[in-house]
Design a protein around this ligand. Structure first.
Ligand code: ZN
Length: 347
């Protein structure tokens, strides 16, 4: 029997944590039940696009033994990996709006109808499909209703609700869930991380395996996180004036790049969640494992209600304020004054 983190089984298709979906797609191929359209559904950074790309690789791999596909080394696999496969067509969202344009969809559907150059299938990969306007989604209908025998559509989306029912009903939907922590930890061990680092990143990732692998390769991710957490702890020990200054600085960051500001505050959110968990006696569930001693010390200084309020306000900022056009600097001031004042930091 293999478990989800049986190392000998890694990596099926070079994809981690979606074994059931891989089994399902392989069975379809084996019994000649390949569909013309698949929808890979699930939250960000869990490996939807990696899985879809691996399936595309499987479909066109030239290895003689079907069980060995995708081999990763044949000409087709190599072209796919480098993004130069003539029979893989991709549609991504517009750089500025993130939306998929109807013209791009039409163009790719026309190309998809043509015979493959050198493969069994022509494959179209459409990422962020829930960000396609209904008209752009409609542009798929003709292909879905009368697909060319060699055509395979792979759609990627976060939310089922944003996909038109006419599209959904013609797709094989694969609802993907974030890989569990043990799987991510095992993958990180495989790419060479030490046990404690792997455990930490697996906890921090919250199932976003793409993020975890990126962080494993890029030391800056953990270094930044440490700096963000240091700044939060410093903030808790500072007076009003210092907090205004900090809000001003982070406000400037947000004005330039909301993504960076979001990442800072998300990191803080993880810390508040840990403090609340500690207040509830749930030490085993905290995710900032490397800061446990500091967290325990702070949990002794901060009232459980205050930690809970800070958690709520931080989440409110991330969900309700940051994505809007609200005055971010002002909202950050309010947020930072909501955080408890520790030690000599009088209000
Ligand atoms: Zn191959």
């Amino acid at each position: 029997m293999h478990t989800a983190h049986d190392l000998t089984r890694f990596p099926a298709w070079g994809v981690y944590g979606h074994d059931w979906a891989i089994d399902f797609l392989e069975r379809g191929l084996r019994y000649g039940r390949t569909r013309h359209a698949y929808l890979f559904l699930g939250p960000d950074h869990i490996g939807k696009t990696s899985l879809a790309a691996a399936f595309a690789m499987k479909l066109n791999c030239q290895h003689e033994d079907e069980a060995q596909r995708p081999c990763g080394v044949c000409r087709s696999c190599r072209l796919l990996r480098s993004g130069n496969h003539p029979d893989l067509l991709t549609v991504v969202g517009d750089e500025r709006s993130g939306q998929i344009k109807i013209d791009s969809v039409r163009e790719v559907m026309n190309l998809l109808a043509l015979k493959p150059y050198a493969s069994r299938y022509r494959v179209a990969l459409l990422t962020d499909f829930d960000r396609a306007q209904p008209r752009a989604q409609d542009a798929l209908l003709k292909t879905l209703e009368e697909p060319a025998s060699h055509a395979v559509l792979l759609l990627i989306a976060n939310e089922r609700s944003a996909i038109l029912p006419t599209i959904l009903s013609r797709c094989q939907v694969l609802p993907l869930r974030p890989p569990d922590q043990a799987t991510i930890e095992a993958v990180l061990r495989q790419v060479g991380l030490a046990q404690d680092q792997a455990a930490l990143l697996a906890r921090l990732s919250g199932g976003r395996i793409g993020w975890a692998l990126g962080a494993a390769q890029e030391g800056a991710v953990l270094a930044n996180r440490a700096a963000y957490l240091d700044s939060l702890v410093e903030l808790l020990h500072s007076k009003r004036q210092a907090r205004f200054k900090q809000a001003d600085e982070l406000g400037k960051v947000a004005a330039k790049d909301k993504g960076v500001a979001r990442y800072v505050v998300e990191t803080w959110l993880s810390y508040w969640r840990d403090l609340v968990l500690l207040g509830q006696g749930q030490a085993a569930l905290i995710c900032n494992l490397d800061r446990e001693a500091e967290l325990v010390r702070l949990a002794g200084l901060i009232l459980a209600d205050d930690a809970l309020r800070a958690l709520r306000e931080t989440r409110h900022f991330l969900v309700e304020v940051l994505p809007t056009n609200a005055n971010v600097r002002l909202a950050l001031e309010v947020l930072m004054l909501e955080y408890p004042f520790l030690g000599q930091a009088a209000r």
